[in-house]
Design a protein around this ligand. Structure first.
Ligand code: FAD
Length: 284
């Protein structure tokens, strides 16, 4: 899968999250069935920071891989995990034929004390990547941050750790969401200069409700350009207009990225197939 994507120098992929409750799986499968009609190169499945819901990630990734015959990428965080915990998940993935993971540190879970966080077994994603490449045959990818990770002391230090992820065996990066393509272009230029040679996939999150700015986007630490803030101010109280304007914003971002030769696109589709379909139709 990766080789084909890299040879083509373009790709379209989606991120989904597993259902919170057991009785929501059927609906999640319907969402995935619908997304599959858009022929993505792969679909990634998120993972709870502490790892407590890893079985759900594996179950959804298995459905994508085996029922839909689309390459699945399972996210995996290590912040609250022992080596045995990680190996249990990698065994689960091997058992269902999923062989691509996005290796992440994860954020400190709410129920983890500061002391536990300080003493965590895998300090960083770099440690997880090294571990996975030593103990498994999985393809391993990693995250990157066009506006730097919020904890990073500088963009230079963040880029140095990104390079370390590549040196540890990361085959591809997926970026944090961003709304100003200029940030991404600057980032790619600096990543190139830092020796990043593997593909960097642009993470695009459509903002279809003004509330997202106050929740997901704040958490991600991404900045909101005036053009998007204006859209939220203008249409925030009118759900259908906001939805349309948010989709148009994402479509314009993707078209501009492609025009500038950045054609690996990952849509944070938030389990919304209708919205994703509208975006995919508009970017053809
Ligand atoms: P790291 O790469 O470990 O980086 C964290 C900080 O430490 C950065 O400031 C970095 O500069 C620094 N650093 C990195 N390596 C080292 C090192 N070796 N030594 C010292 N400092 C270092 N979270 C979830 O819980 N579940 C998900 O499914 C999920 N999916 C995500 C998907 C994408 C594409 C992205 C971009 C993020 C995702 N996250 C997810 C969020 C992620 O877990 C958080 O951003 C987390 O704070 C950092 O994870 P990381 O793997 O980037 O950490």
């Amino acid at each position: 899968m990766l080789k084909d994507m890299f040879d083509r120098n373009s790709s379209l992929s989606f991120e989904v999250f597993p259902p919170k409750k057991d009785d929501e799986f059927e609906n999640c499968y319907k969402v995935l069935d619908s997304l599959s009609t858009l022929n993505p190169d792969f679909i990634s499945v998120t993972y709870g920071a502490g790892g407590s819901r890893s079985k759900k990630t594996v179950e959804i990734a298995s459905y994508i891989q085996n029922n839909l015959k689309i390459d699945a990428m399972a996210h995996m965080t290590c912040v609250g995990s022992t080596e045995d915990d990680i190996l249990e998940v990698t065994n689960d993935l091997a058992n269902v034929g999923v062989n691509h993971v996005l290796a992440l540190r994860g954020d400190k879970p709410r129920d983890m004390s500061d002391e536990q966080f300080e003493k965590r077994i895998f300090p960083h994603a770099t440690d997880l990547i090294r571990f996975l490449n030593t103990h498994t045959n999985l393809d391993v990818s990693a995250s990157c941050y066009p506006e730097k990770h919020p904890e990073a002391i500088s963009m230079d230090s963040d880029l140095a750790f990104m390079k370390m992820k590549q040196d540890m065996g990361a085959k591809m990066f997926i970026s944090q969401l961003f709304f100003d393509n200029a940030d991404f272009y600057r980032f790619i230029e600096r990543a190139d200069k830092s020796g990043i040679t593997v593909p960097v996939v642009a993470g695009i999150m459509p903002i279809t409700s003004a509330k997202q700015i106050g929740s997901t986007v704040t958490l991600a630490g991404s900045s909101v350009p005036k053009s998007l803030a204006d859209i939220c101010a203008k249409y925030g109280d009118s759900p259908e207009d906001m939805r349309k304007a948010g989709i148009e914003f994402a479509v314009n971002q993707i078209k501009d990225l492609r025009k500038c030769g950045m054609a690996h696109i990952h849509i944070y589709c938030m389990n919304k197939p209708k919205m994703t379909k509208e975006i995919c139709t508009a970017i053809i």
